[in-house]
Design a protein around this ligand. Structure first.
Ligand code: ADP
Ligand code: MG
Length: 229
């Protein structure tokens, strides 16, 4: 299964890649749009940090386009020490307006007090997690709930993205993460494929558990950066 997935990725043609660019760029743009709408509706809600968030999301969109255009594909690029808690909290803040717009209750990050670290590319890590969380919000809409949690294990970090959404049956579950599988009107079916591949390149794994009409949990395991390493 995993090998098939990688093979499919390598076989991507230019037209498939452009579909992928459109998809990946839509995420930061959705976030920016959400913030601008919020700011337009109620100026009293504008916080100075929103401008920085908007700028950094636009930068991300630009970077994604650049990456695809230069076809810098399988490599993760520059790695650094990533504080996972901080990064996840940031992602939740970014997607809050989107969850609000979709009528989904988006809970705060559930985790322990202590910060934990992974050693990887920050932008790719964010990109991967945002795809999973966005799918959770889209599945839970409207009236559902999404919760992101993180647990530090002995040598790994476990991130769970849980939604109380429409869930998936066995057949659907088998298709998630394969190229072009989408049940959405405007979906591209590329988001999970890209995310799973990124997490695997980081030495991690992704597992889906789901029940129709109950919801879905995505479990992401990543190697923890230990202090004495
Ligand atoms: P897209 O979001 O563009 O449809 P993705 O690759 O992100 O593409 O997701 C592929 C498909 O997998 C979705 O269309 C949906 O049917 C299913 N899926 C992914 N995540 C979830 C989830 N949390 N709950 C239910 N279905 C999901
Ligand atoms: Mg998606």
């Amino acid at each position: 299964m995993q090998e098939e997935l990688l093979y499919a990725v390598r076989q991507q043609s230019i037209s498939e890649l452009s579909a992928s660019i459109a998809h990946e760029v839509r995420n930061p743009l959705t976030v920016v749009k959400g913030f601008l709408q919020l700011m337009k509706e109620d100026e009293s809600k504008v916080k100075p940090e929103y401008y920085q968030l908007i700028l950094s999301e636009l930068n991300r969109a630009e970077n994604i386009i650049h990456e695809y255009l230069t076809l810098a594909k399988p490599k993760l690029g520059d790695s650094s020490l990533i504080p996972v808690k901080e990064c996840l909290t940031h992602i939740i803040t970014l997607l809050n307006p989107y969850a609000f717009k979709e009528g989904v209750l988006f809970k705060e990050l559930q985790t322990e007090d202590q910060e934990v670290f992974i050693h990887t590319n920050r932008s790719k890590f964010k990109q991967a997690i945002i795809n999973f969380v966005k799918n959770a919000i889209e599945a839970a809409t409207p009236g559902g709930q999404v919760e992101v949690s993180m647990q530090s294990k002995h040598k790994t970090i476990e991130i769970r993205i849980e939604d109380t959404g429409k869930g998936m049956n066995k057949e659907e579950l088998a298709k998630v993460g394969t190229v072009y599988y989408s049940t959405k009107e405007k979906g591209t079916g590329l988001g999970t494929m890209v995310s799973i591949r990124l997490i695997e390149e980081m030495g991690g794994s992704v597992t889906y558990t789901s029940q129709p009409d109950k919801g879905t949990t995505v479990l992401i395991k990543l190697p923890k950066k230990l202090k004495d390493e």
